[in-house]
Write a protein that binds this ligand. Structure first.
Ligand code: OAD
Length: 244
């Protein structure tokens, strides 16, 4: 990474009033949460079709819940890293920000982020498909697998978005409202994501528009890199504190 790029990113951020921050698994990597598509990521060890689809859950809810229970147990004691804290500081410092995360952990909240739109849901919530009720549940490991709805007794599922499902509508509305308010953000930061989903690419590009600056923080080249004005190539936990 060139010092000039870091300096330019610092200046653009300092001057920005409106800021869209998009995060992915990479922002939690230094906290010890595995990513998905890295060589040692979750999708190199597990077939997403067997653990992260409605069909897999219908066929074998116990196996799917065992996978989520293991992830919850692994994530139970992880702590936010300097990247999460820097994001929270930026949110507090700027007039208007929106934090869009693809992560199902709650490390942004733990770091003090005043707002985080979880477009893929939360691993710390269950949802009863029969009643539509969402409940927080931080027990890990769970005492019973698969867990049951406390009112109707039916199976509950993790309140996460699986492959083939619609992303969270309330978060879509929030992003669209943010974009509608500004047309363009002064700065768009895309941190620790492969940006492999079209809505992530499209929102980031839309928010950057003609006059904004798109800053990517990622050790690797990703789907968003060709669109980035500045690519700060390195770990988020090291780079973000230098920017804030
Ligand atoms: P990926 O696993 O696809 O990408 C993780 C990104 O983080 C990669 O680009 C890495 O280079 C980068 N990375 C790794 N360590 C980093 C670090 N210390 N600092 C900064 N970046 C780092 O994860 P996502 O793009 O978040 O969805 O994946 C998006 C979605 O795909 C997930 O939410 C999940 C998955 O399938 C669902 O389960 C619905």
């Amino acid at each position: 990474m060139r010092d000039g790029q870091l300096q330019t990113a610092r200046e653009r951020l300092a001057a920005a009033n409106t800021l869209l921050i998009v995060t992915g698994a990479g922002v939690s990597a230094e906290s010890g949460v595995p990513t998905f598509r890295d060589p040692k990521g979750l999708w190199s060890r597990f077939d997403p079709m067997k653990v992260a689809t409605p069909e897999a859950f219908a066929a074998n809810p116990k196996a799917v819940w065992e996978w989520y229970d293991a992830r919850r147990t692994q994530m139970r004691d992880v702590k936010p890293n300097p990247a999460h804290f820097a994001v929270a500081e930026l949110q507090r410092a700027k007039a208007d920000t929106y934090l869009l995360t693809q992560n199902v952990d709650d490390l942004h909240e733990q770091a003090g982020s005043p707002q985080a739109g979880h477009i893929h849901g939360s691993i710390w919530e269950t949802r009863c498909p029969a009643e539509g009720v969402v409940r927080p549940d931080r027990r890990a490991p769970l005492p019973e697998i698969p867990p049951k709805c406390e009112t109707c007794g039916g199976l509950v599922r993790p309140n996460v978005v699986w492959f083939g499902e619609l992303i969270r509508e309330d978060v879509i509305d929030e992003v669209e409202t943010f974009l509608g308010r500004h047309g363009e953000a002064d700065v768009v930061m895309v941190i620790g994501t492969e940006a492999s989903f079209h809505y992530i690419l499209s929102w980031a590009n839309q928010a950057r528009g003609a006059s904004g600056t798109l800053i990517e923080i990622n050790p690797s080249v990703t789907g968003i890199t060709p669109a980035a004005d500045i690519h700060l190539q390195g770990p988020a936990g090291e780079i973000l504190p230098q920017l804030v």
